[in-house]
Ligand binder design. Structure first.
Ligand code: F6R
Length: 612
């Protein structure tokens, strides 16, 4: 939520800031703004409501702003409607200090009240402006920017990543972070801060990750980092190996479609290094077999699509481990006085590694003594760094707001971890273990087969895109997969949709089925295929139009009853959702396309939810 970038260097800042914001626009797209300092003009601020393109047009792609020091912001509104005034950067009353912020200042009203009493005038409705004004207030007293920033940080409560510039400091950009991501980038012609590494990849791969409570001073040739007491901190630098082209559309109309197509390769990259000589090898984790045997509780925590991966994994792990596995929404878990302790293993799933609720839930679990293992896509992200163990999904940068390849890589990685734990516990027989691993390695190939059915799915979308409410029904793994299919559809096509466990239909939901209602019936879970068929017959009897998803083996049977059928190749039962989810992603994509929706940037959403 909200993307921030800052640059202090030896070349014009504005075009670099705009380029970085364009690569981070998926973090928020209500409005955008930049502030650039120049020797002659002081601080120049430009903001525009709506998409970043408006700001680029307003500034002639940055050419209008002179100066080599600047900050930029793309906003996902929390406090105050999206308009030019509430857009960042926010500027202090005397125009000397400009600031961009990602996060929420929880005590802003109290601070605002006290500043108002001192005669400070505010222009926006945001919590962020309060910080700019408070900073000016302290700066007037001390005349030292770094001291003033530190005082402000001691006074405010909430989450933040800040980029701050001041007209008195020709080269220095100040950054601070708590509970919102911020990366330092060491470039040739200048140094950077950014919420996401994708924003600066074009300029540098040499980065360091700021930790909570740290403050940094960035100049064209130096980056100095301090702790909250202003003692110097030595940062470890790392090289990012993401391919720059992975964050570009590469000829595709939408990132989402490109990312759907990249799934076979992403899965290959995620599993290949972890399967050696027919065994799952998880070098990156430090859990011993003894530890695994004494685990009394396994709990998966996540949000959104990552939670849906958790749902699939619950079914799969319980089958493989013969142990109860719970899956909890992170936002609920964190406030539920959770029953976890030092015999609990908590699995944290997050593509971004920055989702605030997931991070807070993980911290709560750790506070209670649980061991945490995170499944994360973004290297160096907060969840990855704070968990006891981390396993990365190697999906590469995911730019579309609706996740596809990150979801798929999480799914296979969770299957691998499940197998690994089952092996440690001795709860799986050798034959099944081998069979699952063999089938897993065939997934990329089989997924390519599924991707060839694009035109069929496109045709069904052209038939059904006018429906205003769609039901996904399924049992067991199909139910879990339906939850993801339904979320994908609603987030990008804005069609109301719900996923139900088929067995629940007759306990209420079936009253909503009337002639013409579209039901997406999922029948890929072989052990319960006959039951899935019965449910199709049930809704057909009430006049529903049924689009069914099944496997090749059941295609013929399904075609006799459903109005339309999509079939995917078979694989081992526990892996079937990895193939089944792909047509559902494509279906959402084409439904949204037919409806003229902004597929990569759906309304009201942003990737990486770093606010509560
Ligand atoms: C849906 C989607 C979201 C995320 C959720 C968690 O397409 O992308 O539901 O899955 O916001 O995000 P991460 O995985 O980054 O914690």
């Amino acid at each position: 939520m909200c993307g921030i970038i800052g640059f202090s260097g030896c070349e014009p800042a504005a075009p670099i800031l705009l380029d970085g914001l364009a690569r981070m626009e998926y973090r928020g797209y209500d409005s955008a703004g930049i502030a650039v300092r120049s020797e002659h003009k002081g601080l120049q601020i430009k903001k525009a409501k709506g998409r970043l393109q408006n700001l680029s047009d307003l500034t002639h792609n940055g050419a209008d702003l002179e100066g080599t020091l600047g900050i930029g912001h793309t906003r996902w509104a929390t406090h105050g409607e999206p308009n030019d005034i509430n857009a960042h950067p926010h500027v202090s009353e005397n125009g000397q200090i400009a600031l961009v912020h990602n996060g929420i200042i929880e005590n802003y009203l109290e601070i605002k009240e006290s500043l108002l009493q001192k005669g400070v005038r505010f222009t926006s409705d945001t919590d962020s402006e309060v910080v700019a004004q408070l900073l000016e207030f302290y700066y007037r007293e001390s005349g030292n920017m770094l001291d003033s920033v530190t005082r402000v940080l001691h006074r405010i409560e909430g989450s933040y990543a800040f980029g701050i510039i001041c007209s008195d400091y020709p080269n220095a950009l100040i950054a601070a972070r708590k509970d919102s991501p911020l990366i330092l980038g060491y470039g040739k012609n200048g140094n950077f801060i950014a919420s996401d590494v994708t924003a600066i990849l074009k300029y540098t791969r040499d980065v360091a990750y700021m930790d909570d409570g740290e403050v940094a001073v960035i100049t064209p040739h130096t980056i100095d980092v301090f702790n909250s007491e202003l003692e110097p901190v030595e940062k470890t630098r790392s090289q990012v190996d993401w391919d720059v082209s992975a964050a570009e559309k590469g000829g595709y109309e939408h990132f989402m479609f490109k990312e759907i197509m990249e799934q076979p390769e992403a899965i290959r990259k995620t599993i290949s290094p972890r399967i050696r000589n027919g065994r799952v090898v998880l070098d990156d984790i430090s859990m011993t077999a003894d530890y695994v045997r004494q685990i009394s509780r396994i709990c998966i925590i996540a949000c959104g699509s990552s939670y849906h991966v958790g749902m699939v994994s619950k079914y799969n792990w319980e089958r493989l481990l013969r142990r109860p596995v719970e899956v909890c929404l992170a936002s609920e878990f964190r406030y539920s006085d959770p029953l976890v302790d030092d015999h609990s293993l908590v699995i944290v799933i997050s593509q971004s590694g920055e989702t605030l609720d997931t991070m807070a839930a993980m911290r709560e679990a750790k506070r209670r003594g649980a061991r945490t293992l995170s499944i994360v896509n973004v290297v160096g992200s907060s969840i990855a760094r704070e968990s006891d163990d981390v396993l990365y999904t190697w999906a590469g940068p995911e730019i579309a707001v609706a996740t596809t390849k990150a979801y798929s890589t999480q799914l296979v990685l969770m299957d691998l971890v499940g197998l690994y734990l089952a092996d440690q516990l001795g709860s799986i027989c050798e034959e099944e273990y081998r069979e699952i691993l063999e089938q897993m390695q065939l997934l990329p190939e089989k997924m390519q087969e599924v991707l060839k059915q694009t035109s069929d799915v496109q045709y069904y979308a052209s038939r059904y895109f006018n429906h205003s409410s769609i039901f996904f029904i399924g049992r067991n793994l199909d139910y879990a997969m339906g939850m993801e299919g339904s979320l994908k559809l609603k987030e990008i096509s804005y069609i109301h949709s719900e996923a139900y466990a088929s067995g629940e239909l007759k306990h209420g939901t079936i009253s909503l089925i009337e002639p013409g209602t579209l039901v997406v019936a999922l029948g890929t879970y072989a052990p319960l295929f006959d039951k899935a068929m019965s449910n199709v017959i049930e809704v057909k009897a009430r006049g529903a139009e049924v689009l069914a998803l099944t496997t090749e083996a059941f295609r013929e049977k399904m075609e006799k009853t459903a109005d339309a059928t999509i079939a995917v190749p078979e694989t081992h039962t526990i892996l079937q959702p990895s193939l089944g989810v792909v047509p559902l992603q494509m279906f959402s994509y084409y439904m949204a396309l037919q409806r003229g929706c902004d597929i990569d940037k759906p309304r009201n959403l942003a990737k990486s939810v770093t606010v509560e």
